[in-house]
Design a protein around this ligand. Structure first.
Ligand SMILES: NC(=O)c1ccc[n+]([C@@H]2O[C@H](COP(=O)([O-])OP(=O)(O)OC[C@H]3O[C@@H](n4cnc5c(N)ncnc54)[C@H](O)[C@@H]3O)[C@@H](O)[C@H]2O)c1
Length: 361
């Protein structure tokens, strides 16, 4: 079996999960690691016992090696530069989420992937959660009929990070970029990414800027809460909510309302079941219990032990070997980024704005 040679750019927290996943694969060699902090890549290699890997203080030196692919595990602001350099050097790229800090950067990245013919895949591991596959299957099966309303989002009661995550120039956005991108992907992927048209949004940072709630309140520049109404093509509307901090336990369930049936997903830990409400008054077909207790199921019981992070990294390697397209194409996630961009513009201007989704020739 020939070996797939991988480089890792950025050797912080998330890079450990990438490296551990690659280390479990017999057909993969981690050939090099690069980090801008001198000596950090070497420490990483030693800490994880990555035999024979080269350490660099600059990603451009790493890219001179003969590699099949790279994992970009740097802070959001450098995804753009490091991914583009990697694609131009002829490497396939698995970039951590969010794709980039600005919509224009995301467009540049997608254009470079198209021009070089290399893969640019985005690290959204929830895509490999069997729940997400079931949700998409139910919606695409037509069981709900035409879906006209989607409500989704995520709510942490107290969950504000610090460091680069709260700096606008480095992170791009706050809760939207950190966790909102996952919720948006859940809903939009299930619907096969319909085109977004307009958005009316409100964002705030009452908690992040309050020293009672955040120890870096004086440098907190992003939103810790956001709500948006997004009009989608085909007469659909998406009600999207996200929070890093709030005086509430949850922002409610995810709902897909169709003309024939509805699908409800309760936030983890807040309810005992999720289900499809079909056309009959008061009738529910249970399909899966998020809490792991299965009631009456209409589809097979889900294996909760699946390692979705490993699955994401493995799918990237599989796509290199089988010469498949990017498993989670940046072109699709660009729509996600265009919505977040629209939300921030709408909130700033205090009115509904158009969402600009780039069209590629
Ligand atoms: N998929 C997930 O579940 C998940 C979870 C956490 C973080 N992330 C994403 O992963 C990325 C990194 O997050 P983290 O928590 O590992 O951050 P981190 O700060 O722990 O690590 C980032 C590393 O990149 C290095 N770095 C910065 N610029 C670089 C450059 N130009 N070239 C090489 N190295 C560079 C830093 O020195 C640091 O060691 C972020 O984009 C974040 O959103 C994803």
């Amino acid at each position: 079996m020939s070996t797939i040679k991988i480089g890792i750019i950025g050797s912080g927290g998330i890079a450990v999960l990438h490296a551990k996943a690659y280390q479990q694969m017999k057909d993969v060699t981690i050939a090099a690691v690069a980090d801008v902090v001198p000596g950090k890549a070497q420490e990483f290699i030693q800490m994880l016992g990555i035999e024979g890997a080269h350490a660099f203080d600059n990603h451009l030196d790493l890219l001179e090696l003969d590699l099949d692919g790279v994992s970009v595990c740097t802070p959001n602001v450098t995804h753009h530069r490091t991914s583009i350099d990697s694609l131009l050097a002829g490497k396939h790229v698995l970039v951590e989420k969010p794709l980039a800090v600005t919509l224009q950067q995301s467009i540049d990245m997608v254009e470079t992937a198209r021009r070089t013919g290399k893969m640019l895949s985005v690290g959204f591991q929830p895509r490999y959660d069997p729940n997400m596959k079931n949700i998409k299957e139910i919606i695409q099966s037509g069981q709900l009929g035409d879906v006209y309303y989607i409500q989704t989002g995520g709510g942490r009661r107290r969950g504000m990070p610090g460091g680069t995550f709260i700096n606008k120039d480095l992170a791009g956005a706050g809760a939207m970029a950190d966790i909102g991108c996952y919720s948006l992907d859940l809903a939009l992927h299930a619907l096969n990414y319909p085109k977004p048209l307009t958005v009316s949004a409100y964002t705030s940072n009452h908690f992040g800027t309050n020293p009672l709630y955040h120890h870096e309140a004086d440098r907190f520049e992003v939103e810790d809460f956001g709500v948006a109404m997004v009009r989608l093509e085909g007469g659909k509307v998406l009600n999207f909510k996200i929070s890093w901090a709030m005086h509430m336990d949850s922002l409610g369930p995810t709902l897909f309302l169709g003309k024939d049936a509805g699908l409800k997903l309760t936030p983890a830990g807040t309810g005992s079941w999720s289900g499809v409400w079909d056309g009959g008054i008061g009738s529910i077909s249970m399909f899966h219990d998020i809490a792991g207790q299965h009631a009456e199921t209409t589809i097979p019981v889900i294996d909760h032990k699946i390692d979705i992070f490993h699955e994401k990294v493995r799918d990237f390697v599989g796509a290199i070997i089988e010469q498949r397209p990017a498993p989670i194409p940046a072109e699709e996630i660009l729509i996600n980024q265009a919505i977040i961009d629209g939300i921030l513009r709408s909130s700033e201007q205090g009115r509904e704005v158009e969402i600009k989704v780039p069209v590629f020739a």
